[in-house]
Design a protein around this ligand. Structure first.
Ligand code: MRU
Length: 354
């Protein structure tokens, strides 16, 4: 069976960035047309576009939008503007390294062109081309991750995932969900369990939505039920995405991932992290140095359409956590599956990838 029903969450059409507003799913399917860098910043900040690869893609288009009307003759002045706009977009969210990776990739392309003596109009065309290229590459990266990840699973298995590392968070297929889509194409019957993923409910609102549309066998559970589906043997493996992998293999991902990894260890289940190379950040030595975004207390205080905690209560709302590398069974990248070395370390293995 071919899965044709992929809704593209990020599209470039007629000089505009078209984003599926992920805050409105699953009730409404609304596409936003953005034509300014400020709008793109806001869309990233307020989760209209979310998930590390999609954030990177949106940022690349956003940077182009930020400079597209700059008709400066002087290339150095144009580059200064590009850097300023990049710095601005980089403030949208701190944890997903794909944001910084994409901005850096565009800037480096501009520097190359500057060196070769290209004028501003040519550089702008190259920037848009690069943004489109990032998106095109991401689809292939996800497909490759899916093929590698599927080799870890068998027909009929139950698999738990957390948050949304799905098609909505990428160009297509998702990272952690890619093996589910490929399994469906091959008429396998994987049974996918999805944590709701408090407080923003990416699992309940987004992952179940996209898997259901593809006809994949999907069951929603509350976050606090993960131990039970492991204990009663409904699931035999866990796979999640990541916002950033540090050089030692520590993993930043949606809050709750660390808990799931501990539970998987206790139940002797493999815990896999689907990680495109664009999410592996060798410049950050360990998880301790990864900045964890803290979001508004309203995400926790307001739920089920009403206030669910007393006014004035103190709230702590980290959007991500760090899973220590020792809990990761393997990383699944587009280049293949990466297991730790004999000493249980990932550093040299991850370094060899780039
Ligand atoms: O806050 P979000 O929704 O952007 O967090 C998303 C995640 O944590 C995903 O698991 C991660 O970005 C990987 S998406 C392929």
């Amino acid at each position: 069976m071919k899965i044709s029903e992929f809704i593209q969450s990020v599209q470039w059409k007629k000089d505009q960035l078209i984003l599926l507003d992920q805050t409105l799913l699953p009730e409404e399917t609304v596409f936003l047309s953005l034509s300014t860098i400020e709008e793109v910043w806001e869309a990233i900040r307020f989760l209209k576009v979310r998930g590390a690869p999609a954030i990177g893609m949106a940022a690349a288009y956003g940077l182009y939008l930020g400079v597209q009307n700059n008709h400066e003759n002087n290339v150095s002045t144009f580059i200064e503007d590009l850097e300023k706009k990049s710095d601005f977009l980089a403030t949208a969210r701190p944890t997903a390294v794909n944001l910084f990776w994409a901005l850096k990739r565009l800037k480096e392309r501009a520097y190359q062109e500057q060196k070769q003596g290209s004028n501003v109009e040519v550089i702008k065309k190259i920037l848009l081309k690069e943004a489109l290229q990032i998106q095109e590459e991401d689809e292939k990266v996800c497909r490759d991750i899916g093929e590698h990840a599927l080799s870890l699973f068998q027909d009929g298995m139950g698999i738990l995932t957390h948050c949304n590392a799905g098609s909505l968070a990428t160009a297509k297929y998702g990272t952690a969900t890619a093996p589910f889509y490929i399994a469906k194409e091959r008429e396998w019957n994987l049974k996918i369990f999805v944590d709701e993923t408090r407080p923003v409910l990416q699992g309940a609102r987004l992952t179940t939505w996209e898997l259901q549309q593809a006809g994949i066998d999907v069951t929603l559970i509350c976050d606090n039920m993960a131990a039970v589906v492991m204990a009663n043997q409904s699931v035999q493996a866990v796979i999640v995405g990541t916002d950033r992998v540090a050089a030692n293999g520590d993993v930043a991902n949606k809050i709750g991932t660390y808990t799931v990894a501990i539970l998987a260890k206790e139940h002797k289940l493999p815990f896999y992290v689907a990680a495109p190379l664009s999410s592996i950040d060798l410049s950050t030595p360990t998880g301790k140095e990864i900045q964890i975004e803290e979001r508004s207390e309203d995400e926790i205080m307001v739920g089920l359409g009403k206030r669910i905690a007393p006014q004035g209560i103190r709230v702590y709302n980290p959007a991500f956590d760090i899973t220590p590398f020792s809990l990761v069974t393997a990383f699944v990248t587009e280049q293949g599956i990466v297991y730790p070395d004999k000493a249980g370390q990932y550093s040299s293995k991850l370094q060899n990838l780039k």
